[in-house]
Design a protein around this ligand. Structure first.
Ligand code: ADP
Ligand code: MG
Ligand code: MG
Length: 874
């Protein structure tokens, strides 16, 4: 029979999965002989069972709970609900991974109208007894019944006003008693039921509330962001109470064994005398620093310092602890590996290695790769952020913090930027035309679009903060205003964006610049020595490429050639090419584009100094580049010797119903081979030129044909490439090594990868398109309805942010195997957005890819994630 309840003395620190983090650590501390109030843990399996049984705690589990309770009663000599010697307990949630503040705790459970009198008499402290009682009602009503704490606070304020006192601590026993009866009255009024007086009923209801809280909105969101499956469930800890609020030789506190902000090796924490539970963090009174405990409670302090040392050595990591002092005696209530800033994380990891506590591999596993973001982007000033009000929430599309004045068009953004203003660009969605405006902004906010929308991808590439898919915001483009929750913001109003959380603030919040500490280099060198995967970058400009190399990129996995088409007046030549009706006309336009592309490639080769560069040929649907306004059409028509109507007709004829599945990718080269010819000439000539200037670089380009679905299709384009390349080499009288490969981004290509590998010298998985085509929903629209899928637990993760290993991953694996079967040494990479996502990187490692490629600012993250994958899968 499954055992659903464990006494603290039966468990240990290894049992996280079953007992949750808090429970396992309470058991471990008990085992280490530390002063932990006795208790028991109801397992995560019981939580899952609760849901399987249709949200009911099974009789067998209730029986086990009451058996454990009698053990607890034996051990403490007290009894729940007893009139002589009552036991009070806390009911605390604890999932496998720490989810701080996600689920609430109930303290002082077991009090009723009789028990409170006993406590008052026994402690000779009626104020304490009634204070505990009113706290219990408040917490129980909030956590179990969903009555907000704030409504009780109003009652407290009324009583205080009536009696003319300021602080809770100024209220006397009678006033506390009055508060209790008012609370109970309010409870009855609101819930049409009496506050439960039977402590056993209280206990079961509280356990159930913890189970329920596993599926509250906050918890679901937190799990999604942090990669925690809903199947884990939460455990519940029932623990006998110790009281920090019984007098002046009592207190409660929290402390870290090292400074969580800087990593400095020094005890860091706070405590309050005569206080309970969350009082320290709730800011009821100003707490004292942990050093001061030495004077106030010297015996407890010494014992605490000793325990800190033991715990750190035992867990080999910085600990975050909660303690309570009851009548001068110390009790440990919690320990866990402490959360810390990125800077502290690196320092602590390096220090622990130097102190001989851990080795380099263990150090690598200690740091969350995503945390490195904070070192590379500006962040909000922590104190200011606490005061700022969130007005809306979107997707955390590109990390960093931005404060600026609102502008609604790329043009206005550029003008304001040139004027020395800080800009936040607010758009319904962005398109390639907005790129310069995006570059001029501190941050970008879009109403529509998911994690792979244009705004998100481009912003990540630039390292600019972006919140996308924020549909709480209603834009009025004409009036240049947006409205959120009834409040209207105008052009030039200040707002702030947190691209790491998706929060939008309706004011300017101070930011602090990125800082890379000395520990970064050392730590990352360990990662580089450990990983098997190479890390490349997606970069379209020399600037991005340079940034990526500084962050440790070992090549470029994706140059999107079309991203250069919007700069300056290039777009005119591009438009000319697109609307050309004849091949001759098109060749004239292509001849204008050729030197620009060639120049771009030369600049990129020079920055990369011989590191591999994969250049993807023209990919997007052509209409993205078309002139939109009549004005633009008129001026282009004039230049091309066409009438306005003629050109307008061409524009209309190029309209596609589903451009994502339309005339794009290699299909363009099939229709217009001269485009591929021009791009080949630019790629090859640029390489020859750079090699002439810098023979030591020895550039050999990798040409990547997008959107291939068949070997014959690839072969057709490859023939054009090879023919042109030979021509260019002959003209220059030199030989150049280059490769032609393809993106695998259409399910058919994955299925036929073995055949395609006969022509392709490398594969790169374009997982954005592969995901959208495998799921059959578009990446621009999915954001709108995927929310419903998460809520209904059909999908738990955004497949555009994290590779769907089950479906899309199956195709990738199949294609990798197919490719290798035909061409054993085939180079395999991934260049979709997933290339920078740690869990996707782990997958890439496991299926043996050669490299991952991601936006420049994710390169350090990918280096660390790749190292962790290598360690994890050893
Ligand atoms: P969280 O996970 O939000 O920190 P906890 O379960 O740790 O929630 O508890 C909240 C507060 O209550 C903490 O300050 C903790 O120390 C205190 N607390 C929990 N159990 C007890 C207990 N048995 N006796 C005294 N204080 C307790
Ligand atoms: Mg806690
Ligand atoms: Mg694609």
């Amino acid at each position: 029979m499954t055992k659903y309840v464990y006494l603290f003395s039966e468990g240990n620190g290894q049992m996280r999965e079953l007992l949750g983090g808090k429970g396992a650590n309470l058991a471990e501390m008990t085992k280490l002989g530390m002063p932990v109030p006795f208790g028991f843990t109801v397992t995560t399996e019981a939580c899952n069972r609760y849901y399987d049984d249709g949200e009911q705690i099974h009789e067998d589990i209730q029986k086990e709970i009451f058996e454990a309770l009698s053990e607890l009663e034996k051990k403490t000599g007290k009894k729940l609900g007893d009139k002589e010697n009552p036991l009070l307990v806390s009911v605390r949630s604890g999932a496998r991974a720490s989810m701080p503040g996600m689920m609430d705790t109930i303290l002082n459970l077991g009090i009723n109208d009789e028990v409170v009198e006993t406590i008052a008499a026994k402690t000779n402290n009626p104020r304490f007894a009634y204070d505990s009682y009113r706290r219990f009602i408040q917490m129980f009503a909030d956590v179990v019944m969903g009555l907000s704490k704030a409504r009780f606070e109003t009652i407290i304020d009324e009583i205080k006003a009536e009696r003319g006192v300021k602080l809770d601590s100024d209220l006397n026993a009678d006033e506390m008693k009055e508060m209790v009866s008012k609370f109970k009255e309010f409870y009855r009024e609101q819930l049409h039921d009496d506050f439960p007086t039977d402590p056993r009923v209280q206990l079961i209801k509280a356990v159930e509330a913890v189970f329920m809280s596993w599926n509250n909105e906050r918890a679901i969101y937190y799990r999604q962001v942090n990669d925690i499956p809903s199947s884990w469930g939460t455990a519940v800890n029932v623990q006998s109470m110790v009281f920090g609020n019984m007098g002046n030789d009592c207190g409660t506190g929290v402390a870290f064994t090292r400074n969580p902000a800087t990593g400095e090796k020094k005890l860091f924490g706070e405590f309050l005398m005569n206080a309970q539970g969350e009082d320290v963090v709730a800011g009821v009174r100003t707490p004292q620093t942990i050093d001061q405990l030495k004077e106030v409670a010297p015996h407890a302090y010494d014992q605490f310092v000793k325990i800190c040392g033991i715990l750190e050595n035992h867990y080999k990591d910085m600990q975050d602890m909660e303690f309570t002092i009851e009548n001068g005696n110390l009790y440990m209530l919690q320990t866990r590996n402490g959360k810390r800033t990125a800077a502290a994380a690196l320092k602590i990891a390096c220090d622990l290695v130097d102190e001989g506590l851990i080795n380099e591999e263990e150090a690598l596993m200690m740091v969350d790769p995503k945390q490195l973001d904070a070192l590379l982007h500006p962040q909000f000033d922590a104190d200011e952020l606490k005061k700022a009000k969130v007005i809306a929430k979107g997707l955390a599309a590109s990390p960093g913090a931005a404060a600026g004045q609102v502008y609604f068009t790329a043009e206005d953004a550029i003008a304001a930027h040139n004027n020395g203003e800080k800009v936040v660009l607010v758009r319904l969605e962005t398109s390639p035309e907005d790129i310069q405006g995006m570059a001029a902004s501190e941050g970008i906010l879009t109403v529509r679009g998911g994690m792979t929308s244009h705004a998100a991808v481009v912003a990540r590439g630039m390292g600019t903060c972006c919140v996308s898919g924020c549909d709480d915001v209603k834009i009025n483009e004409e009036a240049k205003t947006f409205t959120v929750n009834g409040v209207t913001y105008h052009e030039k109003d200040w707002i702030s964006l947190d691209g790491s959380t998706g929060n939008v603030y309706g004011e300017a919040v101070k930011t602090v610049p990125a800082t890379i500490s000395g520990y970064f280099e050392r730590f990352m060198s360990w990662a580089d020595n450990t990983r098997k995967l190479q890390v490349r970058t997606n970069a379209d400009t020399p600037r991005d490429a340079k940034q990526a190399v500084e962050f440790g990129a070992e090549g470029i996995g994706l140059v999107r050639t079309e991203h250069m088409f919007f700069e300056g007046d290039r777009i005119r030549a591009v438009r000319e090419m697109i609307v050309s009706k004849t091949e001759e006309q098109r060749r004239v336009a292509l001849a204008k584009i050729l030197p620009m592309q060639q120049g771009d490639f030369e600049a990129i080769y020079e920055v990369m100094q011989g590191l591999p560069v994969t250049i993807r040929y023209l990919d997007p649907p052509l209409h993205e580049f078309l002139p939109n306004t009549d004005e633009e059409i008129a001026s282009l028509a004039e230049e091309m010797n066409m009438t306005f109507d003629e050109l307008k007709n061409v524009v209309v004829s190029l309209h596609e119903f589903n451009p994502m599945m339309g005339h794009r990718g290699c299909r363009l080269a099939v229709s217009y081979p001269e485009i591929a010819e021009m791009q080949t000439e630019a790629v090859i000539q640029a390489a020859i030129n750079v090699n002439k200037k810098h023979p030591e670089f020895d550039v050999h380009p990798e040409i990547m044909i997008p959107l291939v679905g068949d070997k014959a299709e690839l072969k057709f384009v490859k023939n054009i490439v090879v023919k042109k390349a030979e021509e260019v080499m002959e003209k220059n009288g030199v030989h150049l090594d280059y490769k032609v490969g393809t993106m695998i981004e259409i399910p058919r290509a994955a299925l036929l990868a073995d055949e395609i590998a006969e022509e392709a010298e490398f594969f790169s998985f374009g997982t954005n398109d592969l995901t959208q085509m495998t799921f059959g929903f578009s990446r621009d629209d999915a954001g709108g309805f995927l929310k419903d899928y998460y809520e209904k637990k059909i999908y738990e993760q955004d497949p555009f942010a994290r590779v769907d290993q089950k479906g899309v991953g199956k195709l990738i694996k199949m294609a990798a195997e197919g490719g290798r079967a035909t061409r054993p040494d085939i180079k395999l990479g991934i260049c979709g957005e997933h290339g920078g996502d740690p869990s996707s990187i782990d997958f890439c490692h496991r299926i043996g890819l050669t490299y991952v490629s991601c936006s420049p600012f994710r390169v350090p993250i990918a280096r660390l994630a790749a190292a962790q994958a290598a360690i994890r899968n050893k």
